[in-house]
Design a binder for this molecule. Sequence first.
Ligand code: FAD
Length: 339
Amino acid sequence: MNNIFVYCEIEDGQVAEVSLELLTKGRSLANELKCKLEAIAIGHKLDGVEKQVMPYGVDTLYLADDKRLYPYQTLPHTSIVVKLFEEQKPQIAFMGASSIGRDLGPRVSSALHSGLTADCTSLLIGDHYDKKADKKYENLLYQIRPAFGGNIIATIINPDCRPQMATVREGVMKKEILDPKYKGKVVNLDVSKYVSDSDFVVEIIERHMEKSKLNIKGAPIIVAGGYGVGSKENFRLLNELAEVLGGEVGASRAAVDAGYVEHERQIGQTGLTVRPKLYIACGISGQIQHRAGMEQSAQIIAINTDPEAPINSIADYVITGDIADIIPKMIKYYKKNTK
Ligand code: FAD
């Protein structure tokens, strides 16, 4: 019951961002627990994956390379991960809360009777005292996420079953290289021992990927609008400000639901997680589900008519007033004072 495992998603030979973020988190938790960090990559033509993951401090990388394993398929990937986990008995396992992780995670945890906490926003190590059983558990994974519609932040623990499994959405954890020359070992799995013919009952005939042209996650400045913006037309003001500042427009769910702006721009628990240098929240109240996606921004400016709006408590600068008055002034003075 030793190590921490990360399932690495592969697309066209590239390890997914979310997997690299989880490796970063896994490495720091492994240091705390004084255990090893292991990774599994499943697919085809996996040469080069090693170079991508080792710098994140991976001690052992398991590769399952077979033509039939790319693109992702539920059954063979589940069989490989379940068998590998049965052999290696990790104490903790992470997957991205992506479409792959959301498909694979529950199947693996169900097969291993381990339980799974989806969409964690924070992962820590801690102890737990069970009063009833008068028993102390040490070094458990605190799987932290909003619950009950975001009204509470729940810390979920799994004292008895292993692995302690969690999924995390892309962008929630930071990605950080540990050592570009980190030396881990590579174990090539004999795929035939992990899968059977019945795992290949599905054949993928064609795949079509629609790539978004938006790059909100990479934008240094985000001007985000909420329900308080009032209409699709008013969002033009935000577009103008974003353009002047060289940023992107984001939105709260209420603004998306009201049809002011497209869903791709939604920030928060069920949207994107962003960490720009500057986040300007316009007419956004700052409910926990929205904050989950933006509170790690370096600087936050809140513009709101309500001086008591919850967003103000996490803002570096608060402007109390109507966006219809304030944003044109911001555009005007920014233009005036910038060469
Ligand atoms: P409101 O809460 O209606 O706030 C509008 C704000 O605008 C108010 O503070 C008001 O004072 C201010 N205002 C009004 N007029 C003006 C004006 N003229 N000028 C300036 N300020 C003005 N929400 C998300 O954003 N992202 C998510 O990913 C997300 N996921 C969710 C997941 C779940 C499971 C649930 C239950 C909810 C989720 N929500 C999410 C919804 C969230 O709870 C809030 O309902 C939502 O964030 C509110 O959006 P808002 O702040 O734009 O609207």
